[in-house]
Ligand binder design. Sequence first.
Ligand code: PMP
Length: 377
Amino acid sequence: MIYLDCNSTTPIDPRVAEIVQKYLIEEFGNAGSRTHEYGNNAKVAVQKAREQIASVVQCKREEVIWTSGATESNNIALQGLIEYGNKNNKRHIISTTIEHKSILEPLKYLEKKGFEISLISPDETGKIKSCDILNELREDTLLISMMHINNETGVKQPIAQVAKDLLNSQVFFHIDAAQGFGKDIEALQNQRIDMISISGHKLYSPKGIGALIARRRGFDKVPLTPIVYGGGQERGLRSGTLPVHLIVGFGLSAQLALKENDKRDEYCQKIKDAALKAFSELDYKINGILNDTISSTLNISFSGLDSEAVMLSLKDLLAVSNGSACTSQNYAPSHVLKAMGYSDEECQESLRFSWSYLTEKPNWEAVALRIKDLFYS
Ligand code: PMP
């Protein structure tokens, strides 16, 4: 069975697994211990990993704040600005209806705290229009938070255009790049982006590690206050002992991504082209926009076929999903597809195939035959 649910979590690159193992077992020191070699080795390794992450987005290494994953990074980026927003009478935030729950839920919390949230919806292809964001800007707008690549459709969002539109504005600009970091590289190097949330387990590293990148504007730091207090690690923004083995793994993942991205992208595109070729005889619809979607995602509906039935018929061939893993246990229709104007029935037909450079080429012809059988059964 081939694993095609990489947007939910990726397999671990064996080179990453090897270095994680080394730091888990041999180099197990605490990066905060200053009195011996174990601590020093750990600290040096953490600094190297910071540089590896920083190179991918072209920021300084001290602008990388380690977290447990993109959920925590998103929470720090949003909740961390509450105090500043209140002090400066900036209590308006712009975001979108297709964000991950780790943005939408903290935004609900901020709303309860007196903030006003404007959520922009995408067009029927799942893409947000940058002008719709710009139109919402106000005197008291504190922050724009939007995703880089949608986890369900794979559609790339217009962050470069929004960044350009914001060149003469002081509004903070945060990107949830859980799906795009190390995959769609240039977009995140834009220096107008103030904060970027990233996640290790979407980039061939273990679960439980991520980072928030908080770029300085000249000498000014993003005025974040912590949501966790303790020993003052990560410049006081995220206390807690650093998981050195995970950090080192994530650093290597980032370095490999930067080096190998073109080759990976080409391979992933070939998998998508082969799928579409095999499906050409079937009645299908792409949920998204084919030429503006990451090469490793295909969200597709087969006309009139329930996705649960399709998944069942493919069970021994492919491991796929019909939504985001974080919300799929309650079988609610996808909020992303609903935002694109889909009915509940249309949402029910959508399937998400997502793969990576570590994925073996699927036998799409066999998959197409199974689906064809369902059309006639
Ligand atoms: N944002 C997006 C767009 C995601 O796809 C995910 C993971 N599904 C997250 C945030 C949360 O990331 P993590 O699992 O690292 O908390």
